[in-house]
Design a protein around this ligand. Sequence first.
Ligand code: GTP
Length: 326
Amino acid sequence: MRAVILVGGLGTRLRPLTNQLPKPLVPIAGEALMSRTLRRLGNQGVRHVILAVQYLAEQFLAAYGDGTAFGLDLQIVQEPEALGTAGAVRYALEQTNLLEAGPILVLNGDELTDFDVAQLWQAHAQFGGVATIAVRQVADTSAFGVVASDQNQRVYAFQEKPVAGTALANTINSGAYVFEPAAIAQIPTQGFAMLERDLFPSLLAAQAPIYAYQHNAYSQDIGTLAGYLAANAAVLLGHLPYETVHGIQYAAGVWAAADAQISPSAQLIAPIMLGSGCVVGEHARLERVIAWDRVTIEAAANLNNVAIANDVHVAHHATVEGLALG
Ligand code: GTP
């Protein structure tokens, strides 16, 4: 299996965490999401990965540029300007001479998941369409892209964030796809194009067969603060057995790097992750807090549902709730 991973977006909804780090490189329980993704793909039988980079591209080159990460054959392709999720796939395959090389797996780079891409790959071969979209069921579709399919799993409609009561199905796009070269050929050779807004509607209009493969694996988009905290919580609380935490566990779901300095009078309520060089002062109260490296939280500060980027200093007696700090 060969995969293109889309990692070039601006990550605007996760600012300021993404001001200096691209979203797929933010740490989840002490390790970059991208590293967790590459390890999983290697374990699931993917051999060749192409990272489609753009925003803060040099950071991917620094982290994975030698191409040997996790035993994968890894290439990095940088768009001259953001081409959108569809334009980026086409450009990456053009630049690597793979436009005609058979089916390609395409993945969003901002999902923490244990979804098995080999199952999607097999389902695609059985369906025999030009594209297969991984979908999952949710109770409330209003914040997602709905993918509606018939009893043979053939897709007949897409709906972007349908208002309550108007959704055609309860299955949503879960950010993993397999495309045949014939589908990629429908992406314009120039300019910006999105998979959801441009490619899928144009394939449907041409009556090209698109199928939906439904899975029920864990899948968490980290693109918002709530999603980022939820993904960290899943790993810190041990809900994803294959994902390890990079730190020491002080109590159930309360983790910190070995060199973090935590006052014995501080109150830490899981899930908590404190990175290298973090300092927590006396009587500070932290609940659901993810702090990256060298974060100082002074005495008696009170933090709830907070994610904190490197080198931030939280003043004593500060109260912070439901915020990303950078
Ligand atoms: P927001 O700005 O918060 O909407 O996030 P985003 O645009 O970074 O991510 P979004 O969830 O919209 O995109 C899904 C995936 O596609 C993410 O992994 C992005 O990094 C990636 N992506 C989005 N746009 C582009 C693009 O123009 N080029 C490339 N290479 N990747 C992209």
